[in-house]
Design a protein around this ligand. Structure first.
Ligand code: GMT
Length: 372
């Protein structure tokens, strides 16, 4: 099949998932055309069957806001015709689903018929989508999609709760590559951050408010008082400045390392003992799943789709949003006993296999086939 994938190229779960999906489909022999405004972070170098079409948004003196959606729809029309695509798959409803709807109509007027799949990822429904200024467009474009998928049961329910969705929403969960460890000199790399036996905790996100990164620090502070540890903060975003301030206030500057954005997070996870995800809301928690796939147990909130990934008392623990006391207690429970930590890590790894890329990608392939 010839598949067009429209995505956000930035450090967000939806972009990562869409890129990995495209790479996997390309490996299976499909021709993949990524359409977005800059090179997706996980795309990497030259690969067979993968093509990247950049949406060039130029400044025009008359516009205060560049009409990205219009340029994107035009690009979709152009790529569908030029490359003779069979199906379009758009990730994240805003503005990708509305651009797809527009492209589909334009193409239909020219005698070209193409189905489009909209995959909902979370904030397009749970945060941004609920904004009344977006709601009518999202509802309409979602219902006009030839198929709608959501990355968790929880997101599916949320969508039905908050939108008048008239179509069936199919749940196709996020996925991971089973990966083997790449670091051979693990102690040496660990020693760059922590002295021997000092646990390393890690958080990876785009440091937006919804991630409650303050809670990561607050719970870490409590754990560190009991078990001296290190915290690796990976990523960047609007909350980073305040977080660095809080870090200083808590006297944790020598315990917390702000690494910044990292394209490939596997090595950070390989040297980590615990992954922390205390989000306010999370439709799935791909970052947690990626940690689990490296055998790292997860301390998380129990919100949204996280319970579909992290199993309480087995692959880690879940607490109510904001309950840093409970999160710290659970982290200490795992870290204070080597065998227990190992068990949780093994369970996390075993659980991650349910979300193996090969199982999940077939579900998208089947969906495309029925639409084409
Ligand atoms: O969580 C983010 O900040 C990024 C966001 C995105 O749209 O890229 O992630 C959402 O989609 C991911 C992939 O499906 C999910 O794993 C995340 O849970 C979801 N984020 C939220 O719901 C807050």
């Amino acid at each position: 099949m010839k598949i067009g994938i429209v995505l956000y190229p930035t450090y967000g779960g939806s972009g990562v998932m869409a890129t990995e999906l495209g790479k996997s489909l390309a490996k299976k022999g499909h021709e993949i055309h990524f359409i977005t405004y800059s090179q997706p972070v996980r795309l990497g170098g030259f690969r067979s069957n993968i093509f990247y079409h950049e949406v060039a948004v130029s400044d025009y003196p008359l516009f205060d806001y560049t009409p990205y959606e219009t340029v994107l729809a035009s690009k979709m029309v152009d790529v569908v015709k030029r490359e003779e695509l069979d199906v379009l798959h758009v990730h994240y409803a805003i503005p990708h689903a509305s651009a797809a709807f527009m492209a589909k109509q334009i193409l239909a007027a020219q005698g070209v018929h193409i189905p489009y799949v909209t995959t909902l990822h979370g904030t397009d429904i749970t945060l941004v989508g609920r904004d009344p200024s977006f709601e009518p467009v999202i509802t309409f474009c979602m219902n006009e999609s030839d198929a709608i998928t959501a990355v968790s049961e929880s997101l599916r329910e949320d969508t039905y709760k908050h939108f008048n969705a008239t179509k069936d929403i199919l749940v196709i969960p996020n996925f991971v590559h089973p990966r083997s460890k790449t670091i051979h000199n693990i102690q040496e790399i660990r020693r760059r951050y922590a002295i021997d036996n000092e646990p390393i905790m890690c958080h990876i996100s785009n440091f937006r408010k919804v991630k409650r990164v303050d809670d990561v620090l607050k719970m870490f502070d409590k754990v560190n008082q009991k078990i001296p540890s290190k915290l690796l903060m990976v990523g960047d975003g609007p909350e980073r400045y305040g977080l660095e301030e809080l870090c200083a206030q808590l006297g944790l500057c020598d315990r917390v390392v702000f690494i910044g954005k990292v394209r490939e997070t596997q090595e950070v996870l390989e040297i980590s003992d615990l992954f922390v995800l205390p989000s306010e809301t999370e439709s799935f928690g791909l970052a947690a799943l990626e940690a689990m796939a490296m055998g790292v147990p997860v301390i998380s909130s129990n919100t949204g789709g996280i319970p579909e990934v992290n199993i309480n008392g087995e692959t880690g623990f879940m607490s109510d949003v904001g309950d840093v006391e409970d999160m710290a207690k659970n982290a200490i429970y795992i870290l204070e006993d080597e065998d227990r930590k190992k068990n949780f890590g093994e369970n996390a790894l075993a659980r991650s296999k349910i979300f193996d890329i090969d199982t999940v990608v077939c579900q998208y392939e089947d969906l495309y086939k029925t639409l084409i």
